[in-house]
Every structure is written in structure tokens, then in C-alpha cells.
Design a protein around this ligand. Sequence first.
Ligand code: HAM
Length: 421
Amino acid sequence: MSMQKPNGTQDLLPGTVEQWQWFEQQARDLCARYHYKEIRTPIFESTELFQRGVGETTDVVSKEMYTFQDKGNRSMTLRPEGTAGVVRSYVENKLYGEPDVSKLYYIGPMFRYERPQAGRYRQFHQFGVEVFGSEAPAIDAEVIALGYSFYQSLGIQGVQVEINSVGNPASREAYRSTLLAYLEPMKEELCSDCQTRMDKNPMRVLDCKKDQHRFADAPSILDSLDEACTTHFEQVKHALTTMDIPFTVNPKLVRGLDYYTHTAFEYKCAGIGSIDTIGGGGRYNGLVSQLGGPEQPGIGFGIGIERVLLVMKDQGIEIPNPNPLEVYLIALGEKAEQETPRLLYQLRSAGIRADKDYQGRKMKAQMKSADRTKARFAAILGEDELNRGEIVLKDLAQGEQQAVLLTEWIEHLKYKLEGSL
Ligand code: HAM
């Protein structure tokens, strides 16, 4: 029997991994610019964390979690999202005791038992940020801007930012009654999922793909917001406008996780079949206290890496290899071959990315390998060169070649590669 990877997972092979590394580096550079620090939390956590944090009525918790008993009979779950674990860590490590706002980011795998399709996987990866300790609308705007400028920095065109406010618990309670009054007369016609949601969490009904067309004239949550919630939302929109970040208000935007309060947002872009959400997030002012910490507000987003890479592919955006090979060493003859371990060691010790053939191939085949690796230079060592204490450097892109002394070749290469001695 041949073994296969689990459904909904992907092998990232050399060639593709370099794209991921480049992508991750863009995220890290951007986070440094915004002064966000990386946090790494466990890939599995207690099941209860997600039940309490994400919410038992959400699809993520009720249908999609990879849950198992460990050998100590504890119920554990592979994280379906990043926020709950980061909040747990923030509380457990008392990061709230620090004087400044905590601005954190993460990059890593998440797991959801969903029906796989293009852009939807069972193991997928998120680049996410979470900020704790500020209710300022300027932070909502900063987080939305960070996500938006991430897509911009990758060269993606046509990203739409949709925002909404889901208010505070009191506004939501008011909206709940208004919405239920609107939904009640059509209850029988709604799908069974919607009927259950009406009982447990009516706002989620608005998110239903099947029944969406029925809700064109549904009441807007924005009409149920109290004054403070409205002011917060207005200030977030104002800040986004001053930054020239284009957005649309979508009063039906209800995110699939229970913890949101006030600002909720999604980044959308065409190019992955029927899926268009490439990232999403929002405020979660009650979550830290709900998970045992003090009253501390939070806000963040999660961006699906696979989805972004698919959009980039669709838009024909080339991802550079962040670590291309610089020198391919070619030896001709036994004597030259014997020199190669030392020469390669010299190159690599000098910080130059270098390789050679290890299959005893002829000159022509070695040159072909050098081309395949897209190395910047081929360094060719024959017996004549060796006797003269020289090596030939061929610039593979421009075709020029030149013999240089072996006593100087590293300096020479460094100069060519870095433009400095
Ligand atoms: P989410 O909307 O569930 O939010 O997921 C965020 C992003 O992860 C989605 O927009 C999508 O790009 C990607 N994603 C989700 N599920 C899959 C999947 N099965 N396959 C591929 N990509 C997927 C959260 O996870 C929140 N924790 C975001 C957040 C952070 N809110 C506040 N802070």
C-alpha cells in the first residue's frame, strides 16, 4: 500500500518552500515596521480553551475541530485558529502587567476539519496579529492598515476591505430581538442550519450561503449600536479614510467566531474559485477576561497564507527565490576534483551560497546543472588553471568569463556578488 498525505493537507516541496520563506519574510519585515513582536504558542491546546474562547455554537468548534484524548486522558485540540492560544498565553504569562500595549504576531499551521477545495484545507497556515491593552479606534485602524499593506507589499491588486461593527453585548442583545422579529416569519423556509442558528446565535444566520438572498432587507446591526459603539466605529472609519485605505461598510458582515465586539472586518479578493475571503479579524474586548485574565481589550486578524499565494498565482505575481545559489563549482579532472571540498568550504565560510556536482559528470552535464540551479557564477577549475593557481569565473547571466587567482577569488566573488570588498 502506498502512503498518501491526509486529505486537505499539502506537501510543500523545495521550490515552493522558498516562496513561503519569502512570503514569511515579507510578513516579518512589515511587522517590524509596525513594531509587532512574534509570539509562538503550542499547536495543540486544551479543548476547553477553544470551546470557551471561540464559542461552542460556531461551526469551527462544533463541527471542525481535530480533538483527541491524550495518554493522560485529557481532551486536546489541534488549534483551529490563533487568537484563543495567544490570549491564553497573554493571560498565563501576565503580559498584561507590561506598561505598553502588547502588539504580537504569529505565523503557523491551523487545523479545521472542513470539506477540502481550492483555498480550503484541513491544515492551513495563518499570518495573524493580536493587540492587547488598547480600546483606541486608532489601533483598529492600525491593524486593518497592517493587513492591507501586507497585501500591497506583495503586489496584490483588487483587495477589498469590508468593515462592520458588531457593537458591545448590550447593542447585540438589542439587535438580536430586532433580527429575530424579522426572521421569525420566514423560519420555516430557512435551511436547517439557519433554524438552529436562530435559536443559538441568530446573527450567524446572516452569514448563510444558501439563504443569503432572503436577507436583502434584514435590519442593520448599525441601527442597534449605542452611542459609544457608534462613535468608536465612526472614528475607525475616519482614521481609515485619512490613511486612504479604501473600505466598504457591510452591515451583514458577521464573522464565524463568537468573540467579536465592535469592529469586524474582512479582506476580500477574487481569484480562488468561489472563495473570496483572504483574511479577517476584529475586536474582542471580552475575551481576555472570559479566559481568566483581567478586563483587557484585544483586536487582531488572521490571513490565510495558502489563499494569498493562490491569489498571487492568479495575478501572475512572481515570487523571488530569497536564497538563490551564487556559485556552482565545476572541476575537470581528478586533481581539480580533489581541490573541490576545500574550495567549496572556502566559499561557504565566506558566506557565499555554493554547490557542485557529486555524480562525477562530464563538463557539459555540469554546466547544465549550473544553469538549472540558476547560480550567478560557474567557477571552473581544470588542471591548467590549477597549475597556474587560477580559477575561471563565468557570469552565467551575462556569459562573460575571466580567470582570477585562487588567492584572490573569494574577495573577487564577494565584490561581484555584493558590490563591495
Ligand atoms: P477566520 O476568519 O476564521 O479568523 O480565519 C482567518 C483566515 O484564515 C480566513 O480569512 C482565511 O484566509 C484563512 N482560513 C480559514 N480557514 C481556512 C481553511 N480551511 N483553509 C485555508 N484557509 C483558511 C480567525 O481565524 C481569527 N482567529 C482571526 C482573528 C485574529 N480575529 C482576531 N484576531
